[in-house]
Design a protein around this ligand. Structure first.
Ligand code: GLA
Length: 407
């Protein structure tokens, strides 16, 4: 076996050890996929809009092999769970889809890899109904913080999809695998999310953000030049956990759909900033504010890409701050911990800061001078203590590589 991934030795070792424990043998290979941070473009993906995420160094590793017994069963184990889950591949069609908002028929952690196996199998069977599928064993370990808005779920989906794609000779490209991951999330886990996280996890590149058009799925890599500019990105995990299969996320999505319907367009992507006065006349105040967030956020993503290219990362601070204000005031998905993180980072000299991900908890990011990491981290930690919030977890991230086979 080739040497283990240098950037995640512990996670890789854990996945391999778990596989050994599960099966008594070495895996055929190790596949990994990262979590993500979204630089800007929140709640725009399911509105067919624009996003600008990047993959982070934290990864999920899947140790995987085909099963010799060929009984067509899939077994998954995770370092997060005491017991593995085993089902027949044929049973997957009975388990999924999970109705939106309902509990999956298997423990939620297992619905991610099993959902990927289900969605991939369905995609392949659609083009070749006689295709056979060998049983498979999967052991998962991860260092992507769970519930922090850093897409630990997309990381599991990306690692599992990459492994199954190789072992089942599926031949799907990264975009198709991102769609498989999203289908697992929407229809096996029952979370009505967009495609940003899976695309970021599949397509990440070092020192670049991915400018993604969520309608066409076209992407452009936008170099960030963070190190050269002497900048760093700080993640402030508020430790207020969130789940997108529940309440608020779904409600926001429904408001966006209502807004598009009132405007007579397929999605809010088709509404521009110039259309907002007309939108305000046509809809109730709350729906209008939801719409205004999405429409202005799409514009901010486009502006951020332009500014990054013309002037570099130090010039995007105001756009990040405006994005946070829009999420706090118009979309109403921030929480006091996220606002404290953003306000304190800015007061301590951050170039820009905003909450990242779906909201209602999770993490904020701050774009800061490299030599301000300690000062900003200390200021945020002190502000949380003063407000009697749970101590945040603060760390830097560098834009990193997407899903890959490690060994
Ligand atoms: C979550 C979802 C994404 C996206 C973001 C908000 O991370 O998984 O699809 O909607 O929230 O931008």
């Amino acid at each position: 076996m080739t040497p283990l991934s240098a950037d995640a030795p512990t996670t890789t070792d854990a996945a391999r050890a778990l596989f050994l424990e599960l099966t008594g043998r070495e895996p055929d290979g190790l596949w990994s996929a990262p979590g993500r941070v979204n630089l800007i473009g929140e709640h725009t993906d399911y509105n067919d809009g624009f996003v600008l995420p990047f993959a982070i160094p934290h990864r999920t590793v899947a140790a995987v092999d085909l099963r010799d017994d060929d009984r067509g069963r899939v077994r998954v184990a995770s370092t997060f769970a005491a017991e593995p889950v085993e089902v027949a591949l044929d049973e997957l069609d009975d388990l999924f889809p999970t109705a939106t908002g309902a509990e999956p028929a298997v423990p939620e952690w297992a619905a991610y890899p099993l959902g990927v196996a289900w969605a991939l199998r369905q995609a392949l069977a659609a083009t070749d109904s006689d295709r056979g599928f060998r049983g498979i064993d999967i052991a998962i370990a991860s260092d992507v913080p769970v519930g922090a808005g850093l897409s630990s779920s997309a990381a599991i989906e990306g690692a599992a999809a990459s492994a199954l794609n190789d072992l089942w000779d599926a031949g799907l490209d990264r975009r198709a695998l991102a769609r498989i991951g999203r289908r697992a999330e929407n229809e096996a886990v029952g979370a009505p999310t967009g495609i940003m996280d899976q695309m970021a996890s599949m397509l990440g590149e070092p020192d670049a953000a991915i400018f993604l058009d969520c309608r066409s799925l076209e992407t452009q890599l936008v170099p960030l030049g963070m190190a050269d500019a002497g900048l760093a990105i700080l993640v402030i995990d508020t430790r207020v956990t969130h789940a997108h299969s529940t309440g608020g996320y779904r409600e926001r999505r429904a408001s966006c759909e209502l807004g598009a319907q009132i405007m007579g367009v397929p999605s809010l992507r088709d509404v521009s900033v110039d259309d907002l006065p007309r939108a305000q006349e046509l809809m109730d105040g709350v729906t209008f504010r939801r719409v205004r967030h999405v429409v202005t956020e799409n514009q901010r993503v486009i502006d951020t890409v332009r500014v990054l290219r013309d002037a570099g990362a130090r010039a995007i601070g105001d756009l990040l701050v405006a994005s946070h204000a829009s999420m706090r005031d118009d979309f109403e998905i921030s929480v006091p911990e996220l606002d404290t993180a953003v306000d304190t980072a800015l007061a301590a000299g951050a170039v820009g800061a905003r909450m990242t991900g779906g909201g209602f908890g999770g993490a904020a990011i701050a774009l800061i001078e490299q030599d301000a990491v300690a000062a900003v981290s200390d200021a945020v930690t002190a502000a949380f203590a003063a407000a009697d919030f749970t101590e945040p977890i603060v760390f830097t991230v560098t834009p990193s590589a997407g899903a890959r086979r490690d060994a």
